[in-house]
Design a protein around this ligand. Structure first.
Ligand SMILES: [Fe+2]
Ligand SMILES: [Fe+2]
Length: 307
């Protein structure tokens, strides 16, 4: 079965999406390290399917959130977002089919289609962010926070990056993978806490306080992860501190996941005062769950290596 590559969304000017924008977090240089540095494990088929099933749904929902946040006069943007929603939905259905009987070729075609569509979507997000924060006739209003668009753009870039590594068979040291995942997810969780904080009704004082504490916690975790990344970067040896930091990251990830799960449940029962749609609450809960699973998997890998 063929998975078609998408070519519908190619009309954004190159200035809106520099090719190097997907090379985020790459180290500028590394020194030749000691031999036998453990590399991150990956499995082309299962990791590709897993990432497509998770991220395609996330991308589809980003298109929906963007659409709902545009001012009603920006009909072109609303329609464009709706097109992306449809395309991601189609690709997600395709991914589910491939997941039932995967072969190397089908998975590779799926990955390529996801890379193409997500690239166009990242360019769309970039163009929208530009129009939100610019000044002049191109400026648009609406209810999409600039940080939200930047945040969902980072998620899109990460999805592309993961798929590209799978497509090219690029391997990297385990320490680099872990510390990169931590800098990425801590920042994502800190952003979520801030979005929740701003969308809760101000009268929900206890929840507002909890969200604020989580925002401070994850800003701090991110800075710690960046410090570790800087220390590891020259050679990516596995140092014992990585185990403890990964355990701590898992603990923090579980804490925010449980907070989001409780909030999602209350929103579903209309027992929480906020302007947070139930789907958005569930979306950020699923992302926290992904962070938890990623850290659990890495801890398992670390436990099998003598450090
Ligand atoms: Fe997201
Ligand atoms: Fe997110």
């Amino acid at each position: 079965m063929e998975v078609e590559t998408q070519s519908t969304f190619t009309h954004f000017k190159p200035g809106f999406c520099q090719p190097d924008c997907i090379e985020q977090d790459c180290p500028t240089f590394t020194c030749p390290g000691p031999a036998g540095i453990p590399m991150a494990k990956s499995d082309f088929i299962s990791d590709s399917i897993d990432n497509n099933l998770f991220w395609l749904r996330i991308m589809m929902e980003h298109a929906l959130f963007m659409r709902l946040g545009f001012a009603c006069v920006n009909i072109d943007l609303i329609n464009e977002a709706q097109e992306f929603e449809k395309e991601f939905s189609k690709l997600l259905t395709q991914a589910m089919k491939v997941a039932h009987a995967p072969t190397g070729q089908k998975v590779s075609n799926l990955n390529q289609a996801s890379i193409e569509l997500t690239r166009s979507f990242v360019c769309f997000k970039t163009m929208v962010l530009d129009r939100i924060i610019t000044c002049g006739p191109a400026k648009i209003g609406g209810y999409n926070f600039p940080l939200l668009i930047d945040h969902i753009r980072r998620e899109g870039i990460t999805f592309i990056s993961v798929l590209q590594a799978l497509q090219t068979g690029r391997k990297e040291p385990l320490a680099l993978s872990i510390v990169r995942e931590q800098t990425f997810w801590h920042r994502i969780m800190a952003d979520h806490a801030k979005f929740i904080l701003h969308l809760l009704d101000p009268s929900e004082r206890q929840f507002v306080e909890q969200a604020n504490s989580l925002s401070i916690l994850f800003d701090q975790k991110r800075l710690e992860a960046l410090d570790l990344k800087s220390m590891f970067e020259p050679n990516f040896v596995l140092y014992p501190i990585l185990k403890r930091f990964t355990r701590d990251s898992l603990k923090a990830a579980m804490q925010i996941r449980d907070f989001k799960a409780a909030a999602t449940e209350l929103i579903a029962k209309c027992e929480l005062l906020s302007v947070i749609p139930e789907l958005l609450a569930d979306h950020v809960r699923r992302e926290a769950e992904r962070f938890v699973q990623t850290m659990e998997r890495r801890l398992h890998e670390l436990s099998q290596i003598k450090i």
